[in-house]
Design a binder for this molecule. Structure first.
Ligand code: PA5
Length: 323
């Protein structure tokens, strides 16, 4: 079980390798009518991060699909990046096939499986990442490959990935921050709260605690938080903790943390530097990943095994009558 923790500690090495992956297949070229990023769970979170980067940089529509079908308005001339670590996720495969039939320019990131088979057959651009990880512990490989593939296809979203990955060098710091997160969430249901820009981190943290530690967790986004969730906290009685991703200089996030503290809620602030988005996302994803794995190990739970996801996937297979 400890090996799984090492997968997270070794994210710097994983990231260095990811920057060296080759792009196979053909290369699409802009202009694109829009960008759609497809994927579920530990692969799908890449789409959330790319969405934030792309909406700040690109002047075309960007959307994420975590479902079986595409919106009607995504079609010919759009670029699709499909991310599935296993390459066998039903929702993702279904959307890619639909996209190809609609004339979308599809591209893929996977460690193998049907998605790579499809990419080879259809001569799509793709990057094949190393196998042997759980999807969520392969996050640097999936994110960095996606950004690399996008750049190769003419949509550069980030200039200096080599510099961004340096945040993953300091595993002692990541470990110390993870211990602080564990202390904050022990015996409580964690509510991860972030601004829209850092919402992918809140979702990532929630998912990591769900999948690795097998606990309930919630992710909330600000400013929407200030229009509903804030009222729920008036009546907080449950054993809960607010974990607030607080980026430097964001007065609204400061208000969120101060308001909850004043209401007596146990609050843990996670300070985000804000100078490099990809660096921040990698750093804090590593911290919450380590925290969730250590939390599981302390409870004697195997963090790698996700029985219920396997059960859901088996159900989908029989429902969709696939072999
Ligand atoms: O982290 C996990 O194990 C899951 O959330 C998976 O990522 C999810 O089930 C989708 O599978 P895949 O990443 O192989 O497409």
């Amino acid at each position: 079980m400890g090996e799984f923790l090492n997968d997270y500690y070794n994210w710097f090495t994983q990231a260095v390798k990811a920057l060296e992956y080759s792009v196979h297949g053909r290369v699409w070229e802009p202009p694109y009518k829009g960008l759609v990023v497809v994927g579920m769970g530990g692969s799908g979170i890449v789409g959330d991060v790319v969405y934030v980067l792309a909406t700040e940089v690109l002047d075309i529509p960007v959307t994420i699909v975590k479902d079986f079908t595409l919106p009607k308005w995504v079609g010919e001339g759009w670029l699709m990046i499909a991310v599935s670590y296993s390459g066998n996720t039903m929702e993702t495969l279904h959307v890619v096939k639909e996209g190809i039939s609609k004339g979308v320019k599809a591209a893929a990131i996977a460690s193998g499986g049907r998605l790579i088979e499809l990419a080879v057959k259809e001569e799509l651009p793709y990057i094949q990442v190393d196998s042997g990880y759980a999807p969520r512990s392969a996050f640097p490989a999936l994110l960095l490959s996606t950004l690399k593939l996008l750049k190769e296809l003419g949509l550069g979203l980030h200039n200096d990935l080599k510099n961004s990955i340096n945040v993953l060098r300091n595993r002692e710091r990541a470990d110390a921050l993870a211990e602080e997160v564990i202390k904050a969430v022990a015996g409580r249901i964690p509510f991860f709260i972030a601004s829209t820009k850092y919402y992918p981190l809140a979702v990532r943290a929630k998912n990591e605690f769900n999948e690795n530690a097998k606990v309930l967790a919630k992710a909330e986004v600000v400013p929407e938080w200030g229009h509903n969730d804030i009222v729920g906290w008036e009546g907080w009685r449950e054993p809960v903790a607010a974990i607030v991703f607080k980026e430097a200089g964001n007065e609204i996030m400061k208000f969120v943390a101060d308001h909850l503290k004043a209401s007596g809620v146990p609050v843990k602030d996670l300070e985000i530097d804000g100078s490099d988005y990809v660096g921040d996302v990698l750093k804090w994803s590593q911290v919450v990943g380590i925290a969730s794995v250590k939390f599981a190990l302390e409870l004697g739970i195997d963090p790698r095994v996700t029985k219920s996801i396997s059960r859901y996937k088996a159900f989908l297979k029989s429902l969709l009558k696939l072999d």
